[in-house]
Design a protein around this ligand. Structure first.
Ligand SMILES: O=c1ccn([C@H]2C[C@H](O)[C@@H](COP(=O)(O)O)O2)c(=O)[nH]1
Ligand SMILES: [Zn+2]
Length: 167
């Protein structure tokens, strides 16, 4: 009998986004993104982090203070990295899976890249003007967005060998 508790495509790509987020050094919000094409192949992944060559130990991770003393002017958002890391610049018809609803700057990148759908988990910044602007642009551009509905609360990964766990 085949397994029935396997991940569906949406769960699989969101899990890849969440796994990618685990690479983020941001102490408060770790965001991951995964771009999948119409053939359900992963074509790009990313997470929020500082640009290449900008040391994680030298730039600030603070949320408050003078603008230049916070992470905000420096951090590359997960969606931007996923698009820039993609194996092709042509993302027409792709979907992007993100842990957090995209900000307005990421939304512009998503629209311009040709991505045709956004699937997200958290919308914790829904009351900000950035996310309001995202939704205005997405509605005008006819790009649907939906929150992932899943029967799963969590996913357990183990690095132990099967013989070590007795499974
Ligand atoms: O579209 C987005 C919006 C935000 N992020 C990243 C940028 C920051 O590293 C965190 C947000 O930090 P807070 O401390 O919650 O303000 O999320 C992103 O990758 N994509
Ligand atoms: Zn963003």
């Amino acid at each position: 009998m085949k397994r029935t508790d396997y991940l569906n495509w949406d769960e699989y790509f969101m899990a890849v986004a969440l796994l990618s987020a685990q690479r983020s050094k941001d102490p408060s919000t770790q965001v991951g993104a995964c771009v999948a094409n119409a053939q359900n192949k992963i074509v790009g992944v990313g997470y929020n982090g500082f640009p290449r060559g900008c040391s994680d130990d030298e730039l600030p991770w603070d949320r408050s203070g003078g603008f230049l003393d916070t992470k905000y002017p420096y951090v590359c958002h997960a969606e931007l990295n996923a698009v820039l890391n993609a194996i092709s610049t042509n993302l027409q018809g792709c979907r992007i899976y993100v842990g957090l609803f995209p900000c307005n700057e990421c939304t512009k990148v998503i629209i311009q890249s040709g991505i045709r759908e956004i699937i997200y988990l958290s919308d914790k910044y829904r009351d900000t003007d950035q996310v309001r602007a995202s939704k205005i642009m997405l509605d005008k551009a006819n790009i649907p967005y939906r929150q992932l509905k899943t029967r799963m609360d969590s996913l357990h990964l183990s690095f132990l060998l099967p013989e070590e766990t007795g499974r």
